[in-house]
Design a protein around this ligand. Structure first.
Ligand SMILES: [Ca+2]
Ligand SMILES: [Ca+2]
Length: 507
């Protein structure tokens, strides 16, 4: 048996599996003896394990931090330049109604990585979620690791404090059991040379330089991409992809970018396309905040942050620059994936841990459960699937079962997400009647309605007729039946989530 036969058989088998070729080479002229020979060759390869390992699709999971879908070109932004993410969107399935399970970092990440809703696991603090779910549960990455994959993390996948863990190059609330290989990307954050400004809590701009860590601190930095944490993250991903091209095992590579999380620090070239005068803030509707219940919504308002118009536009400009920086790095990684010949056997996922407000309702940042904060960008680009736009409801917690299914791995029985892989074959497929998110309150989002529940108070929006959520219908009597129906639906959903194997059933 020559080496050539092995190589030919192996490559044609793989091409068949990934849908490039549907027939065996020379199909019509096969002789029985040749067929037996080929079958034996395949059996030998299968028993050796090398064929099945190489045949598996790789996973490249890229997650940005605090990135709202509204900032991306492929989600309709006309100002912010994101050509690489936009291109990925045209090559894969772009989800227009994907929701995070919590509108801030740690619980969202714990939920998507361990497959439990924050209500079920109680992983709502600055935790990886491991302590809450227990040692006997497998995270998404760990599930792949246990099933023949090489799993690696670069930078922030589970919770990591930005900027403190970034400036120290420390692990944050990581889950070591999830990975074969980990890298942190230490970066200077606001300590980098450049033009530094504090745009919130700084009336009149009297304070020079940057301020406390969660404010809108901006630095138009000197130097190139590699000065920064995210630049190093992308370079490490490029290096690993080069290394993995010769590896027998398939890989699960998780790449976390920390921008556009504050501080809004990026190389100054990324600020250039965004002069202050070109920035367009969301419409300011008089009295818009009056129907948002007090003590329930985000406290990060324009008024509380004492931002004048130029500071608001400056924040938008710095956020867009940070997003364009991440976009360029996504492009760099995808180019490497292509150049190393792995694009055709790798599932690429791009998303964010939650959304963000950029001045809608004069709200800023996260924690709110309004649309801009609870919705996430989500693109899944899987080999052999046609590009599509999918409007069906989906959740970040669905990634774990979906990617397991796409890679031919068993979906663990304990996890709470749903397999939405059918949406990649037909974007009209629906798996959920509603999506659930949480932050300051909890959000039940159906195709038509957004119900923001704060206990006695709440918000109700008709998302078909009022997609920007200006007119809260919660107290209007003609919507009482609709509201009662949504309350019942939420109760049922929470009841389902309460039935889990964590024995913490007190929602
Ligand atoms: Ca975040
Ligand atoms: Ca309003």
């Amino acid at each position: 048996m020559s080496a050539n036969v092995f190589t030919k058989e192996k490559s044609s088998y793989i091409m068949n599996r990934i849908g490039i070729m549907n027939t065996w080479p020379g199909g019509k002229s096969w002789e029985p003896r040749r067929m037996i020979f080929r079958s034996l060759a395949i059996l030998v390869l299968l028993s050796a394990g090398s064929l099945s390992a190489k045949d598996k699709l790789n996973v490249l999971f890229i997650i940005s931090d605090d990135l709202t879908a509204t900032a991306l070109g492929c989600y309709g932004n006309k100002l912010c330049q994101t050509p690489h993410i936009d291109r990925l969107a045209t090559e894969g399935t772009r989800f227009t109604r994907a929701y995070c399970q919590a509108t801030f970092c740690a619980p969202s990440r714990a939920s998507l990585m361990f497959g439990y809703y924050p209500y079920a696991s109680k992983a709502t603090g600055y935790t990886s979620g491991r302590k809450e779910v227990g040692a006997d549960k497998d995270s998404w990455a760990q599930h792949f690791k246990k099933n023949g994959y090489h799993s690696a993390r670069i930078s922030k996948i589970f919770h990591m404090g930005v900027p403190p863990d970034v400036t120290k190059g420390s692990d944050g609330a990581d889950d070591p059991e999830s990975w074969d290989e980990v890298y942190n990307s230490k970066g200077p954050e606001t300590k980098v040379p450049g033009l530094a400004q504090q745009l919130s809590n700084n009336p009149g701009g009297l304070k020079k330089g940057t301020g406390s860590s969660q404010s809108f601190n901006v630095v138009e930095a000197e130097g190139d991409d590699l000065v920064h944490s995210d630049g190093k993250t992308a370079q490490k991903a490029v290096d690993l992809l080069d290394k993995y091209k010769d590896m027998e095992k398939p890989f699960f590579l998780a790449v976390g970018f920390v921008r556009p999380h504050v501080p809004l620090v990026a190389p100054k070239k990324y600020f250039a396309p965004y002069p202050l005068g070109k920035m367009v803030l969301p419409p300011k509707i008089s009295g818009d905040q009056d129907d948002i219940p007090k003590n329930s919504a985000n406290k990060r308002t324009t008024a509380n942050y004492k931002m004048d118009l130029n500071q608001q536009k400056g924040t938008l400009r710095a956020y867009y620059a940070s997003v364009s920086f991440v976009d360029a790095l996504v492009g760099k990684i995808l180019t490497a994936l292509e150049a190393t010949g792995q694009r055709d056997n790798t599932i690429v996922i791009f998303t964010s841990d939650h959304g963000y407000h950029l001045g809608e309702h004069d709200l800023w940042q996260k924690v709110s459960i309004h649309e801009e904060s609870a919705k996430v960008p989500l693109i899944i680009c899987a080999p052999g699937k046609k590009p599509a736009v999918c409007h069906s409801l989906s959740e970040l917690i669905d990634l774990y079962p979906t990617v397991s299914k796409l890679c031919g791995l068993k979906i663990p029985g304990n996890i709470q997400g749903k397999d939405i892989s059918g949406m990649l074959d037909d974007p009209a497929v629906k798996v959920r009647d509603a999506a659930l998110s949480s932050g300051k309150g909890r959000l039940l989002r159906t195709e038509k309605w957004a119900f923001l529940d704060y206990g006695k108070k709440g918000e109700l929006y008709d998302m078909e007729n009022d997609p920007k959520q200006y007119d809260n219908l919660f107290d209007q009597s003609e919507y009482a039946d609709t509201l009662a129906g949504l309350k019942e639906m939420l109760k049922e959903k929470l009841g389902e989530i309460g039935k889990n194997d964590l024995n913490l059933n007190n929602l």
